[in-house]
Design a protein around this ligand. Sequence first.
Ligand code: FE2
Ligand code: FE2
Length: 261
Amino acid sequence: MLFELEWMGGTAERLFQAHRGDGIDVIPWDIVGVGLSDVERDRLRTVWTQSSHQEWCAAGAFSALLTALLEARAPVDLVGMAGRFVADEMVHVELTARMANAYGGGVPLEVEPHARPVDDGFDDAVERACALAVRVSCVGESFSLPLIASELARSTDPVTRAVLARIAADEAPHATVGWLVLDWALPRLDARAVERLERVADDAVAALLPALRADPANGALYGHVLDTRIRRPLESRGVHLAPTGWPGNREEGGVRESTAG
Ligand SMILES: [Fe+2]
Ligand SMILES: [Fe+2]
């Protein structure tokens, strides 16, 4: 199906406004793309349409994580801190869609009808919450923040900077919640469940590698994120990632001790 967005307005918009704030409406959208060639505008329409769909999927991913946390009877404050993340991602959907519109409109984008993250098929709710926390937050969101920060540092366009700054401000807690879920849940998992979680982490990283390799300009940044924001925090919690073969990475988690009982 085609990725298309709808805006309801009225009461829905007014209540959403409490979350999104007024900063978005004061962005000078009409100066976007002034002086660009048609080819460059079309490239940016595509980039921002794809971003908008990724933000939509991020909302679906947090929705699944929240459901799993509730089913696992996670602590009230842990569920509560993540409750607003779906709305954050909807703000990002709006921002990125408005960028695409400002460059001339979204491009036709064929997408899966649902926006669900990978289902690892675990029956146990705590295990399911851990797997989603690793995929969505510890791995997925850990890449978002440094990437947005690097784009922000490179960008000179004031509208792009305003959009990226808003998104970046929301992303830090998105990348934190996964580690808090693991801190709460890992003591509840036995050794076999931890091994299954290691395979989930390997798979989550492997799923991202083709996209990371397709962006060699950020190769050093990706290696740094893999090492310092994913591998080491996982290892410090006793969850070992298989070597990824990323150039320049320390990959010290390569030797995996079997903890199966
Ligand atoms: Fe986002
Ligand atoms: Fe996010």
